[in-house]
Design a protein around this ligand. Sequence first.
Ligand code: RNT
Ligand code: ZN
Length: 421
Amino acid sequence: MKKEIIKKAYQIAKDQYASFGVDTEKALSEMNNLVISLHCWQTDDVGGFEREGAELGGGGIQATGNFPGKARTIAQMRDDLDKVMSLLPGKQRLNLHAIYGEFGGEKIDRDQIELKHFQGWIDWAKKRNIGLDFNCTCFSHPYADDGFTLSSKNSKIRKFWIEHTKRCRAIAAEMGKQLGTPSVHNIWIPDGSKDTPVDRYTHRKILKKSLDEIFSVKYPKKYLKDSVESKLFGIGSESMVVGSHDFYIGYAVSNNTMITLDNGHFHPTEQVGDKISSILLYVDELLLHLTRGVRWDSDHVVTFNDELTLIAQEIVRAKALNRVNVGLDFFDASLNRIEAYVTGTRAAQLAFLYALLEPYEMLLKYEEQGKNFERLSLMELMKTKPFGAVWDYYCMMSDVPVGEEYIEEIGKYEKEVLFKR
Ligand code: RNT
Ligand code: ZN
């Protein structure tokens, strides 16, 4: 697209938004406060590098498809991530899982991982001036096969996962220290049961105790921020998930950890957007796992849909952008994985830009005056305002491909790199 046209279209959009009291320049500068944590696991379908050909196994999560070109080495993964970041406007971080260390062909079990396995990632991130986030990996392991990890009644298994998670937090804190930006460590465990259990209580009690032990090691907030992620059900844990939303809300509020809201982890008619204003009253910060569930927690590539829009709007309306850590969580193996990242991340950015361009003051006035019809009409009208022109301008100013230009770029990478793997 010609620069002149993009600028002209933006000028028209700017004037139109201004007539609703919306300052597009301010919205664009607010976009600088939006840092999206790119999950590394879309590059290789959550396989990891513990051994050659490692694949996601169990845990009730699933990547389907076999599109060619998945990253099989750390070098390939880094190439892919560099390509992705070169096509995204705005700021990013990288979100790693413990299975993505540089283990150098050695068998290092999860309770043995150390900083040295991740120092290469820290150096990589430093060079790119980005932060790192981290996750313990309590799945794809024989000790997770019976469906219980941190909430297991088997003390050998439980201790193994406690040790793993403690090590992960230590590594994350060091990432935060070396990179000068706190690392978010997220705990998600698959624990649950397929059929109706009779003893939910003990498992939840054990999980609480395991978490207490894990969090008894304290790190400065400027290095590490802890979060816990709930879930309603998984494949193979349909009847009970130990770490339910009720469980973690209680835990997070009493321990002031963050809570992770993954929008694939709730009943389909529940809105994660609605939860934000409640949770923010009780904890300092939130972590989002933006995803798209199609009929179940299927982790499809994020699109700019109503669900995402409400989440972004509720954060912006609460003026809480600085209290929300935005992460992504999808893994579709059926399409070009670079495209998955770029489309998914841009969709999340679109939702936030759309929210920042909302004529909030005008809508609030209508609401407080009981003018509900006017409120609804204005919200509907905003959908046809020249939002795309502001987005194109944002991409142009960020020096990344505008509009459909990125599709061609990815096509080139597909031919030259992915299909040659
Ligand atoms: C699983 C959770 C969890 C994982 C990642 C890989 O349902 O959403 O966040 O997807 O840790
Ligand atoms: Zn998640």
